[in-house]
Design a protein around this ligand. Structure first.
Ligand SMILES: Nc1nc2c(ncn2[C@@H]2O[C@H](COP(=O)(O)OP(=O)(O)OP(=O)(O)O)[C@@H](O)[C@H]2O)c(=O)[nH]1
Ligand SMILES: [Mg+2]
Length: 245
């Protein structure tokens, strides 16, 4: 089985080296595809230098900042085109602990189509986040789960592993979301396509270095898209169909 981590980055120079070294030191055979949006702080160059030293690291550079959803679409397209069997996604700001990766891969081997690193199952959580961020994430997830009738408790976690064949069927390149709503869009599509989605607990740490790219605009996008999808689902149910659009 060939594994790859798709790692979107924007101005993560202070985090990327420690992240890539930690992944390398895990001793798990996994490549890394850094998807960088021309970070002005030189993140892409730092990743390339580490690639020369450690191997197994490639950098997909895009001309400018185009959003997390778009970075994932480009990274997943490249990873699927390159023939990997398992695609892992995670943030590059050290919020996601790479030591969970072996558990995720074991769960895929045991039959899961997708594994979500979840903050909202027993053993999971968040540390250091200010009160308002914790509430936003917790209630945003509760709304998403209820409105879309999804079983996972954490639909916006970016730390995941996917069986490549499951991703191919739902075609991530045809998604639309600009921000982290992309993650909900994928869970919804995976669920509607009948995939087995399991959760494994993660403790999410707030970033210590670099700036957050979270914005009011992408929060509004997420709420708007979830509401729109819920309405589409309700209309489809009335017609006796399953909606994935
Ligand atoms: N290529 C690319 N990466 C991005 C973009 N926006 C965010 N990222 C990266 O995506 C990962 C997750 O970002 P987010 O969690 O949405 O934002 P964040 O800046 O980490 O903010 P916090 O939620 O406060 O941690 C990080 O590695 C970011 O550097 C973007 O527009 N393009
Ligand atoms: Mg982050």
């Amino acid at each position: 089985m060939r594994h790859v981590i798709v790692l979107p980055t924007y101005n993560e120079r202070d985090n990327i080296e420690i992240h890539l070294r930690t992944v390398h030191d895990l001793g798990v055979p996994v490549d890394v595809l850094v998807v960088d949006d021309a970070s002005p702080d030189g993140t892409a160059d730092a990743a390339r230098r580490l690639g020369e030293e450690l191997g197994g690291i490639s950098v997909l550079e895009r001309p400018g900042k185009n959003g997390l959803g778009s970075a994932y679409r480009a990274g997943f397209e490249r990873a699927l085109g390159d023939g990997y069997d398992v695609v892992i996604s995670m943030d590059a700001d050290l919020s996601h602990d790479p030591s969970v990766i072996p558990t995720m891969l074991e769960l895929i081997t045991a039959g899961a189509d997708a594994v979500i690193g979840s903050r909202y199952v027993p053993g999971g959580g968040t540390t250091d986040w200010p009160f308002h961020r914790r509430q936003l994430s917790k209630w945003g997830n509760a709304y998403t789960r209820t409105a879309l009738r999804l079983s996972p408790h954490d639909c916006t976690s970016g730390f995941r592993a996917y069986r490549a064949d499951a991703l191919r069927v739902i075609d991530p390149t045809s998604t639309h979301a600009e921000g982290y709503a992309f993650l909900t869009e994928l869970v919804r599509r995976l669920d509607r396509a009948g995939n087995t989605i399991v959760e494994t607990p993660i403790v999410f740490r707030d970033r210590e270095r670099g700036k957050s790219k979270m914005s009011g605009r992408i929060v509004v996008e997420s709420m708007w898209l979830v509401t729109t999808w819920a309405a589409t689902d309700a209309a489809a149910r009335l017609r006796g169909r399953v909606s994935t659009s």
